[in-house]
Write a protein that binds this ligand. Structure first.
Ligand code: NAD
Length: 375
C-alpha cells in the first residue's frame, strides 16, 4: 500500500496527518510506502529530512501525492481542487466534517472510500483512535493559555509586600474533553474554577478536579434527555435553557474568564452567554468561545478573531489545536495509525475494510459512490 500525506491547504491549518514516528511504523516490514508532500510538516516543526529519515519519500507536488497513493491521510476535508485529484476507490481518512451534507455528498460522488474521524463511536476500544478527544484536550489547554495572556490580571492569588492580588475566577461551560482540560489547566494556574454541563455525571468529574459544579436542577423528563447519546449531549428544552441561563448569569457576572465548549453533534451550538451576560462582566474580562465553528456559545464572538465588546475580550479562534501543531499532530497521527490498525495487517501488509467491526463501520462516511447508511 502507498500512503499519501498531502500538505494541508485550509487557511491556518498547521497540523499534519503523519509524523516521523508514525511513518516509521507504517514503513516497517517494507510492505508499505509513505509519500509526503514537500513541506507538509513545516507548520508542525517537522522538516522534510526528518520524514525522509523515518522512511518516507518526499514528493514535490500535491497532484503526485494524490495520484500515486492508495490511502490518503489528511487533517481536513479536501477542498474542491483536491477532491478533483482523487480517484474512485482511493481511501481517505481525516476530519471530513461529515455533518456538512453537500461536502459529504461530493465525497461520495467522487467514489472515494472515506472515513470521517468525527464519526468514530465513543467506545472504550476506540479511545486510542479518538481524534476529537486528542484535539479537544489540546484546545481546552490552549483556550486557558490564551485567556491568561489576554487577561490583564493574574490567575493565582499572590500575597506580596505591595498587597494581595486576588485569584482569577474562571467559569467553564460544557465539561467534555476540552472543558475538563480547561478546568485542570486553570486550576494549575491558580484560578478559582466553576463549571457546568447538562450531563449530570460531569458533577463528579468537575469536583474531582477541585472545581465547583454549577448545578441546574432537572425535571424527570430532563434527566432522561440529559443522559445524552453515545457520550454526547442532546438539545435541551426552552424551559431548561431559561433556568440554566438564570443560574449561569449570576456566576458569569462574577467571572473574570469564561471558557465555553458546549456542543451538540450536527447541531448549532447552544447560546449560553447572552449579550446581557457579556454586559454584566467587568471590563477586561475574557471569553473564549470554543464552539465558534458551530455558531458559538456567545452570539458576540466572531470566528477567528479577537474582538472587544462592552469592554470584554472575546476570543473566537476556531482552530486552537493548530496553535500547538507539533503536539496536536503527534497525537492526531497516532490516532490515525491506531485506527488503521483495525484494517491493516502489519505482518502481511493486507488491507481489509472489515465492516463487521463497529468502529470501522461507524466511521465510514462513503464507499462505492454512496453515503454509508446510518440510523
Ligand atoms: P462535546 O465536544 O460534544 O461537547 C462538549 C460538552 O458540552 C459536553 O460535555 C456536553 O454535554 C456539553 N453541553 C452540550 N450542550 C450543553 C448546554 N446546553 N449546556 C451546558 N453544556 C452543554 O463533548 P466531548 O468533549 O466530545 O465529550 C462528550 C463525552 O464523551 C464526554 O462524556 C466524554 O468523556 C465522552 N468520551 C468518551 C470516550 C470513549 O469512551 N471512547 C472518548 C471521548 C469522550
Amino acid at each position: 500500500m502507498k500512503f499519501g500525506i498531502p500538505a494541508e491547504t485550509q487557511a491556518g491549518e498547521t497540523r499534519v496527518a503523519a509524523t516521523p514516528e508514525t511513518v516509521k511504523k507504517l514503513t516497517a516490514g517494507s510492505h508499505h510506502a509513505v509519500l509526503v508532500q514537500a513541506g507538509a510538516g513545516i507548520g508542525a516543526n517537522i522538516p522534510d529530512d526528518q520524514f525522509e529519515a523515518a522512511g518516507a519519500k518526499i514528493v514535490a507536488a500535491a497532484p503526485d501525492v494524490y495520484s500515486q497513493s492508495d490511502i490518503l491521510l489528511k487533517v481536513r476535508a479536501p477542498a474542491d481542487g483536491e477532491l478533483a485529484q482523487m480517484r474512485s476507490g482511493q481511501v481517505l481518512i481525516g476530519l471530513l466534517n461529515p455533518h456538512n451534507k453537500p461536502g459529504a455528498e461530493a465525497l461520495a460522488r467522487s467514489g472515494v472510500t472515506a472515513f470521517a474521524m468525527e464519526l468514530l463511536p465513543r467506545i472504550s476500544r476506540a479511545q486510542s483512535m479518538d481524534v476529537l478527544s486528542s484535539q479537544a484536550n489540546i484546545g481546552g489547554y490552549k483556550a486557558v493559555m490564551l485567556a491568561a495572556t489576554t487577561f490583564q490580571r493574574l490567575m493565582p492569588m499572590l500575597m506580596t509586600a505591595a498587597g494581595t492580588v486576588k485569584a482569577a475566577r474562571v467559569v467553564v461551560m460544557g465539561v467534555g474533553v476540552a472543558g475538563l482540560q480547561a478546568i485542570a489547566t486553570a486550576k494549575r494556574l491558580g484560578a478559582v474554577v466553576e463549571a457546568t454541563d447538562v450531563r449530570p455525571e460531569t458533577k463528579e468529574q468537575v469536583e474531582s478536579l477541585g472545581a465547583k459544579f454549577i448545578e441546574v436542577p432537572l425535571t424527570e423528563a430532563e434527566k432522561e434527555l440529559a443522559k445524552g447519546q453515545g457520550g454526547y449531549a442532546r438539545e435541551m428544552g426552552e424551559d431548561y435553557r431559561k433556568r440554566q441561563a438564570a443560574l449561569v448569569a449570576e456566576r458569569i457576572k462574577q467571572a473574570d474568564i469564561v471558557i465555553t465548549t458546549a456542543l451538540i453533534p450536527g447541531r448549532p451550538a447552544p447560546v449560553l452567554v447572552t449579550e446581557d451576560m457579556v454586559k454584566s462582566m467587568r471590563p477586561g474580562s475574557v471569553i473564549v468561545d470554543m464552539a465558534v465553528e458551530q455558531g458559538g456559545n456567545c452570539p458576540l464572538s466572531e470566528k477567528d478573531r479577537v474582538v472587544v465588546k462592552h469592554g470584554v475580550n472575546l476570543i473566537g479562534y476556531s482552530n486552537l489545536p493548530a496553535m500547538a501543531a507539533a503536539d496536536a499532530s503527534a497525537l492526531y497521527a497516532r490516532n490515525l495509525l491506531n485506527f488503521l490498525g483495525l484494517m491493516l495487517d502489519m505482518k502481511t501488509g493486507a488491507f481489509n475494510i472489515n465492516r463487521e467491526d463497529e468502529i470501522v463501520a461507524g466511521s465510514l462516511l462513503c464507499m462505492d459512490g454512496q453515503l454509508a447508511r446510518r440510523e
